[in-house]
Design a protein around this ligand. Structure first.
Ligand code: 5GP
Length: 182
């Protein structure tokens, strides 16, 4: 089924050109902020892979990359607060300037867990860049250094975000109006 005729895709929440413009601005900001200390970008799989790839190319510094895979939902769409590391980093973080790259922060539980986990590995600094922040739902202040867009609390897909592994390759972010797995 093409995107245009998919009845489960609702309104566009962030258009492709808005994303590209914002990612370019975030890249400039990060380039400016880190200057002589290029960060290690830690992408949180799978959702952040699209954002990470565009963001990295907008940063004019010799950044390095690593990835982690975590699972907070399983196939379900509400976070349980129980986060599992499915794939860990390859590199040591001691003394590194680490920038976590996230697709979306909802309750903030996944990020809180990641931050605690990575902070314990002795990085020189630890900051977060998230493409999307759902407004009003965080239980703790997530203390995010870089935020692409603040969005209303609907379930969204696209630009890396999925429903049961679909829609990750949409170049924009849209509301998903179909049935959500429990
Ligand atoms: P949190 O722990 O902040 O509640 O949830 C974070 C994770 O839940 C994200 O990394 C993402 O994988 C998933 N998530 C949260 N909200 C959405 C959403 O609206 N759409 C999709 N596809 N995933 C979401």
């Amino acid at each position: 089924m093409s995107r245009v005729s998919d009845p489960h895709l609702g309104r566009t929440v962030v258009a492709a050109d808005e994303i590209q413009e914002r990612v370019a601005a975030l890249g400039k900001e990060i380039t400016h902020d880190y200057g002589d200390d290029p960060p290690l970008l830690v992408g949180v799989l799978k959702g952040a892979f699209v954002f990470m790839s565009d963001l990295a190319r907008a940063i004019d510094l010799p950044v390095e990359f690593d990835f982690m895979a975590v699972s907070s939902y399983g196939a379900a769409t509400r976070t349980s607060g129980v986060v599992r590391i499915l794939m860990d980093l390859d590199v040591e973080l001691t003394g590194r300037h680490v920038l976590i790259v996230e697709d979306i922060v909802d309750s903030g539980l996944t990020l809180a867990y990641l931050r605690r986990n990575l902070a314990a590995r002795g990085p020189a600094s630890l900051e977060v860049c998230t493409l999307l922040l759902k407004e009003g739902l965080q239980r703790d202040d997530p203390d995010l250094r870089y935020v692409g867009f603040r969005i209303p609390p609907a379930f969204v897909v696209g630009y890396g975000l999925d429903v049961v592994e679909r829609y990750r390759n949409l170049p924009y972010v849209a509301e998903y109006t179909g049935h959500l797995p429990e």
